[in-house]
Design a protein around this ligand. Sequence first.
Ligand code: SF4
Ligand code: SF4
Length: 341
Amino acid sequence: MANLMITKQCNLHCSYCFANEFVNKDRDIMSFENFMTCLKFLSHDPTERIGLIGGEPTLHPELHRMLETIIDSPFRSACLFTNGILVDRFINELRDSRFQILVNLNAPDKVGQPVYDKIIDNLDLMIDHSYMKRQVGVGINLHRPDMDYSYLLDAVRRFHLTRVRVSVSVPNMEEERKIEPLRYFHEMEGLVRNLVKDLVSLGAAPNFDCNYLPSCLFTEEDRKYYEEHKDVLCRSNLQQNPICVPSIDILPNLQVVRCFGMSEICKADLSDFRNTEELKRYFMLELDAPAYQILPDAACASCREYRAGLCSCGCYAYRAAELRKLRRSLKQGREIMESGI
Ligand code: SF4
Ligand code: SF4
């Protein structure tokens, strides 16, 4: 999947937004010409899934035209990542079965009750009135250990959702990223455990976004619970290897970042690559390989999963400061080698 950041503007200001290097910093939008360049770049593999992201993509003045272009293209699937406030304006195009719509649901006390009601009305419009249930998903960002997610459960009940995307938010400020990831996960684990159980009791499987929970967090009791509820949890990625891979986010100006968590460390130009595989290889070498060498916690050194290359121990962005230093010394080493000294 490659994500196209079609606008940096957003009509919300979520405290946890990890695209905060860009969002609402300026009013840049992706031109239609750059959008077509992206589609051409991705067209080497029409099975590639396109993500339309922002900011808030429904604020792009040419989104109707972009959606119609995707409908007329050979691409088989595209996902609109939205806060759901304005999604009703695009219902005619989004009805096309190749689109998926992922609504990131924020709490009513964060967005205000009237805005929240509008989002629920839009879910109602898509799921109950437009027969788009199979296309529509809902997600939540877990950003505080004490957050109240009861509004999400109400939505799961109301729309009979069978899956929910769950993001354990990556701390988005440089200062907060100095936290040890295992400590952060330990702070969040009670919330995650309760949410998983509440979702399972409603028949909904949690699907985790990046910043996967490391397996050392799971207790014997958790594993027993997962086994007992595998009828629902077989649809979840809860127990997959928690290894982070490049997501590929293309900015409005056709610069590319590995993901928003790592955007400040390294950017590439789309025009220097032939396809997404090349981009992924580039970021793996530039970022993933050195980041994996930086141990975020002493406990990981002797862990079998780490040694087997199966756990990235939370988001690499926690290691941003050390990663910058390591990249600088690797670069100096390369320059010395090249100069033959
Ligand atoms: S590598 Fe570290 S974070 Fe991952 S499972 Fe092992 S101890 Fe936990
Ligand atoms: S480094 Fe991995 S976990 Fe962190 S933001 Fe990027 S994709 Fe997500």
